[in-house]
Ligand binder design. Structure first.
Ligand code: ZN
Length: 287
């Protein structure tokens, strides 16, 4: 006789990240009627207020306005959106990324304990914004916590382009292999007719952020992607469609216990923010 065990209730939390090993489209989810895909009114220009800002940082971040940075615009793109999992039809719609199509957005990854990449990127971006504004830089966000879902990766790129940003960065934490540690910065490869003019400045931005992030956090270069902390890709809509210098940063691996513990520490997130802000400042001061 077959043993009748307790009924197992399995809860699926759909998680799709942005790493190389992830599927190109978000996982299949329960179909829902299509709703408006408009994202035209959800680009905020102000940061959410952090309530957990620590008092120490190890990075040489500029803390007073620099006259030469007046008029400088930096776009911060916090990866994913905590609400994406509730909007499958919207985020699964395919969008043009210049050399193909891809899902509008994904849910991002999470730790085993449920700390999500989207929550992480929202917090870090807010911290970066504070540091950039201290230096006199104007910050434009691609989303904030009131953004209902997404926006689509194509829209995230467009926000940077429309702002004529001096630099843009998409902030992420990776969902890599459990034994994979460290961070890497992703620079664009050319997608002809789209991002041709940003390849070299984006490479310079990648190197600046790589160096300052390493100094500020002490995190190792990724041991599972890229080379010396830098990767180059042409499958990310946010880079393919950008006409302003732009990189992604995978600040660590949320699927690795060591990295995950660090990324969940608010004081360490301030070091992460300092490393990102300092790289952006170094880049815009040099260009
Ligand atoms: Zn991501």
């Amino acid at each position: 006789m077959r043993h009748a065990g307790p009924l197992a209730v399995v809860v699926f939390l759909v998680m799709a990240g942005c790493g190389r090993d992830q599927p190109k489209a978000a996982p299949a989810v329960t179909s829902q009627p299509a709703t408006s895909s408009s994202t035209t009114s959800i680009a905020p220009t102000t940061a959410t207020t952090s309530t957990t800002a620590p008092t120490t940082t190890t990075a040489p971040v500029v803390t007073t306005p620099l006259p030469e940075l007046s008029g400088t615009v930096v776009v911060l793109d916090p990866g994913h959106n905590e609400a994406n999992g509730r909007h499958p039809s919207e985020i699964n719609q395919q969008v043009d990324i210049g050399n193909g199509t891809k899902a509008c957005d994904t849910t991002g990854t999470a730790t085993d304990g449920g700390y999500t990449e989207a929550e992480f990127t929202t917090d870090v971006a807010s911290r970066v914004a504070g540091l950039l504004r201290d230096a006199g830089i104007t910050v434009v966000f691609t989303r904030d916590t009131s953004t209902p879902w997404g926006p689509c990766i194509s829209r995230r790129a467009a926000i940077g382009n429309e702002a004529h940003a001096d630099a843009a960065i998409s902030i992420h934490a990776d969902g890599g292999p459990a034994d994979g540690r460290g961070f890497h910065v992703i620079r664009p490869l050319v997608v002809a007719g789209y991002n041709d003019n940003i390849i070299e400045p984006s490479r310079q931005l990648a190197l600046a952020v790589r160096d300052t992030f390493s100094a500020a956090t002490g995190l190792p270069f990724s041991n599972y992607l890229g080379s010396d902390g830098v990767d180059a890709r042409d499958d990310l809509g946010g880079l393919n469609l950008s006409t302003v210098p732009k990189v992604f940063i995978e600040t660590g691996n949320l699927r690795n216990a060591t990295d995950a513990a660090l990324l969940q520490d608010p004081s360490f997130r301030q070091q992460i923010a300092a490393g990102i802000a300092d790289g952006l400042i170094r880049f815009v001061r040099a260009t």
